[in-house]
Design a protein around this ligand. Structure first.
Ligand code: SF4
Length: 264
């Protein structure tokens, strides 16, 4: 690989890592020592060679503050384990979705959240921004969380998908793609250890339960994933498509059940 290509890969890795950190609630850039645990030593050596002195960085970079909803600091375990999982994922090419994606959409929110939403896969907006649920369906999810549940999306929840790359044309992810990506989802869940998981829509519910789920029949019912309580409900995109009072009521009933467990 030529120098230009290597530099492009390095910049891409750096950008992904910075987006990931911002996404996890960090509002600073870690110093080079921290980067050293993340990137290969040779890569860091190249960064060090062209980086300004640490004193310059220290004066220009804000200090890390990652408060949670109750103003406690984010537990390092969940954050650092999520960082490890993201690093293990790397510039993933484990399935063919790598060929058409723009960005890997790992997840966003509070790594210590008690509530974890799991959707199906990134759409066009998510693929472009590298963040989950930022398009129309994302706005609907935010409305459910903030207006319906009276929670703060960034502080009280973590949100991710069963596949981290956009299926072309917003088709459902295929079995092979889900199988390739699922180990990372499982590790995300284990890092966060929420009190409740909400599966948004049939593909997420079916993936977590390991069987085909009829979401219209099974929404609103409790299950378990990896020892964690799991609620099934409609995907916000389904609500947008079938915006009936009945469907909106159904989702809010499901979220009320979730709130009861969260507050118990
Ligand atoms: S969907 Fe998952 S397994 Fe497939 S390329 Fe993206 S990150 Fe890798």
């Amino acid at each position: 690989m030529g120098v230009k290509a290597e530099r492009a890969v390095l910049l891409r890795q750096l950008k992904d890592y910075l987006v990931f950190l911002k996404d996890q609630g960090m509002d600073h850039v870690p110093l080079l020592e921290a980067l050293e645990t993340t990137f290969r030593a040779s890569t860091v050596a190249a960064v060090k060679a062209s980086a300004p002195p640490a004193s310059v960085l220290a004066s220009s970079v804000p200090v890390l503050q990652t408060p949670t909803a109750d103003n406690t600091m984010i537990q390092p375990d969940a954050m650092s384990r999520l960082t490890e999982v993201r690093n293990e994922l790397g510039e993933c090419t484990r399935c063919k979705l790598a060929e058409t994606r723009t960005n890997i959409v790992f997840g966003s929110g509070n790594p210590n959240a008690k509530l974890l939403f799991i959707g199906e896969g990134p759409g066009a907006d998510e693929d472009a921004q590298g963040l989950p649920f930022v398009g129309r369906a994302g706005k609907k999810l935010t409305e459910i969380i903030e207006k319906g549940m009276k929670l703060d999306r960034e502080k009280d929840t973590y949100i991710c998908n069963i596949v981290k790359c956009r299926p072309p044309g917003n088709r459902d992810p295929e079995i092979e793609e889900i199988s390739a990506c699922k180990p990372f989802l499982v590790e995300q869940v284990r890092a966060i250890r929420p009190k409740v998981i909400v599966a948004l829509g049939k593909p997420a519910a079916s993936t977590l339960l390991g069987r085909s789920v009829a979401i219209t029949k099974e929404r609103g019912t409790w299950h378990e994933f990896d020892g964690i309580k799991l609620m099934l409900t409609f995907h916000p995109a389904y609500l947008l498509r079938f915006y009936t009072l009945e469907n909106r009521r159904a989702v809010m009933e499901d979220m009320q059940k979730v709130l009861e467990v969260l507050n118990s």
